[in-house]
Design a protein around this ligand. Structure first.
Ligand code: ES4
Ligand code: ZN
Length: 319
């Protein structure tokens, strides 16, 4: 039995496996610039975040209908459940679909058809987090938030993702103020490729409750001390960090040092179809390569539920 865990850092578009990409391409009459799944997999040699994002956005072309989003989410939920995920807080990137001519309704309704039945079908409870693309303008993010108003009963929170460097959190101050007024929970990617200062800004300017990645906090001892004191959860993604070259090898990952420092770390898969594994694969990899003890692994699993946006009664049921 895999360790029960919550997944808090997962881009649903990053769960698009090559096989499903080709199936949806055929269904929708979309031509992919790859001969087959093997040729596509060969493109998964990334040198940094941007080189990954280029492919991530390119493959989204196959997602056209509500049913596509339903199928995508069901495929993820089945795989996650098999690896012990009991609760998933799922990111989606509406701007990446709206800019291709899809409506926000197609995306949200499609995802919700899978998420709404997920407890029954997969034994996984879910929440949805709408992310803004930080390399797009703050106005575009605000427009997206406005367009999302009819769907706020299905959206728990907002996040910030895509190309980090050069797009500091403060750019989205007003968007996050509006989100807070709407009662949305707030998270943001920070300190994946960007400097520790971006983590501080996400906390102070955007009011985030959780930091996605947060890896580079280790360069700033005062920031580490603050994150420990304020018990700010970090949603780490070890296999992602290796594939996007944020660390040289998994053996160099600072997770053990971060746990020793008292940081509230969680382990997640980010974009599992691209980075070599789902939540359980990430747990197994850090156990094997970093030699984490059973106690440490249980701590990571416990942290994942505590750092989730589940209410106390929901959290007890999910464990
Ligand atoms: C992402 Cl790994 C990562 N970082 C930032 N934005 C993203 N969107 C999808 N995966
Ligand atoms: Zn991410």
């Amino acid at each position: 039995m895999p360790l029960p865990k919550a997944e808090l850092h997962l881009h649903i578009e990053g769960t698009l496996e090559p096989e499903l990409a080709f199936e949806l391409a055929a269904r929708n009459g979309v031509t992919l610039p790859y001969a087959d799944t093997d040729a596509l997999r060969e493109a998964y040699a990334f040198k940094d975040l941007q080189s990954f994002l280029n492919l991530y956005y390119e493959l989204m072309a196959v997602l056209r209908t509500e049913q596509d989003f339903t199928d995508l989410a069901n495929a993820y939920l089945a795989r996650a459940a098999a690896q012990g995920v009991r609760h998933a807080e799922i990111f989606f990137d509406p701007q990446a679909h709206i800019s291709r001519g899809l409506s926000l309704g197609t995306v949200v309704e499609g995802l919700w058809r899978a998420l709404g039945d997920s407890e029954r079908n997969h034994g996984v409870s879910t929440k949805l987090i709408m992310c803004f693309l930080r390399d797009e303008s703050a106005d575009s993010a605000l427009e997206t938030l406005t367009a999302a108003q009819p769907y706020l009963d299905r959206i728990t929170g907002v996040g910030l993702d895509s190309a980090e460097v050069g797009h500091p959190p403060a750019k989205f101050r007003e968007v996050y103020e509006v989100a807070a007024r709407l009662g949305l929970r707030r998270v943001a990617h920070a300190g994946e490729e960007g400097p520790p200062q971006y983590i501080t800004e996400a906390l102070d300017v955007l009011g985030v409750e959780r930091v996605d990645h947060g890896l580079r906090c280790m360069e700033d001892p005062a920031l580490v001390e603050r994150l420990v004191r304020e018990r700010i959860p970090l949603t780490l993604c070890p296999l992602s960090n290796v594939r996007l070259r944020a660390v040289d090898t998994l053996a160099d990952h600072p997770l053990p040092a971060m746990l020793d420092a008292g940081l509230m770390c969680t382990v997640n898969s980010d974009d599992p179809a691209y980075f070599g594994g789902y939540a359980g694969d990430n747990f197994a990899a850090v156990q094997q390569t970093l030699g984490l003890t059973e106690d440490r692994l249980r701590e990571l699993a416990r942290n994942s539920f505590r750092a989730s946006f589940l209410e106390d009664d929901e959290e007890r049921r999910a464990r």
